[in-house]
Write a protein that binds this ligand. Structure first.
Ligand code: SAM
Length: 288
């Protein structure tokens, strides 16, 4: 197997094919073999798993996934990488590469088509410029057992944040609504070519089979969350009144009181079950 993380192998390989890194496509390739090895190991990928990989690049993680998984489907937007991937991962007969923009794919349909009889997982060293839309699509697809990704460390901390902390955000609630996150390990900039300016981190999101709360209307729930964080420094009643103009200030205050919270409560301190309580109260009032 070609050791694509060895810089003495990678550089001539890229040069031979006239390849230049595209910043716009978020291309920072791994040059430390322990990183893809550990991502593949800690993702829990085994022979009964079908893995969707996003952005194989020149294939360091793809190689590891192909060794461990039943089937790998890798989606890459940059078809200049084709002749290089032919060399680095051409030997694997459990791999299919789709030359496409991952955000244009119908992910649940793809998973049904490619991974029949296998446990679906997603795994990637993500292109950082589209971290949020990709994670949103992977979680909303609700078809993966686990999603293990490398992202900017700051994003990983935001995904795994606890209520009341500075990192806790609407995106935290979105991710934790669908999955339970676990921070795995940090990856310093010198592990990539070119080196990014920030530290990276690998995080795994184990998706929830059953959601441990009752939510009457998912749209109202996410509207409540967004409204609560839109005015972080202000009382929850202000955020709710502006996110739900139909409630007005008084209605917002009544909702908060009916749920048993103090009138001074701030949205950024609420847990998912507490957001659910507020959202359900709003839903009941809208229906009533
Ligand atoms: N997996 C390789 C590695 O670890 O060295 C490359 C990771 S690099 C951070 C991100 C990869 O995602 C690049 O190969 C880039 O071309 C690809 N990419 C960027 N945007 C994409 C998109 N919209 N759909 C699919 N792949 C994309």
């Amino acid at each position: 197997m070609v050791n694509v993380t060895d810089i003495n192998v990678m550089k001539p390989l890229l040069a031979e094919h006239g390849f230049h890194f595209s910043k716009a496509k978020g291309q920072n390739f791994l040059i430390a073999s322990w990183v893809p090895e550990n991502i593949a190991l800690e993702s829990g990928v085994t022979k009964d798993v079908g893995v969707l990989e996003i952005g194989p690049g020149i294939g360091p993680l793809t190689q590891q996934l192909c060794r461990n998984a039943g089937r790998v489907c890798a989606v890459e937007v940059d078809n200049r990488l084709k002749p290089i991937l032919d060399i680095t991962v051409g030997e694997f007969d459990n791999l299919e590469i789709l030359w496409n923009d991952v955000l244009k794919l119908d992910i649940p349909a793809l998973v049904r088509e490619k991974f029949e009889g296998l446990r679906p997982m997603a795994c990637a060293n993500l292109p950082y410029y589209i971290t949020s839309p990709i994670l949103t699509a992977l979680l909303e697809a609700e078809c993966f057992e686990a999603v293990t990704v490398m992202v900017q460390k700051e994003v990983a901390q935001r995904i795994a944040a606890k209520p009341g902390s500075a990192d806790y955000s609407a995106f935290t609630v979105f991710c934790q609504y669908y999955a339970e996150p676990e921070l795995l390990f940090d990856v310093p900039p010198h592990c990539f070519l070119p080196a990014p300016k920030v530290t990276s981190a690998v995080i795994t999101l184990r998706t929830r089979k059953e959601k441990p709360w009752e939510i009457l209307d998912q749209d109202i729930f996410f509207r409540t969350v967004r409204a609560s964080f839109a005015m972080r420094r202000k009382k929850l009643s202000n955020g709710l009144a502006s996110g739900f103009p139909e409630l007005g200030k008084q209605g917002a205050a009544e909702v908060i009181a009916a749920c048993g919270f103090s009138e001074n409560v701030r949205g950024e301190t609420l847990s998912i079950p507490e957001f659910a309580k507020i959202a359900n109260e709003i839903t009941r009032r809208k229906m009533g």
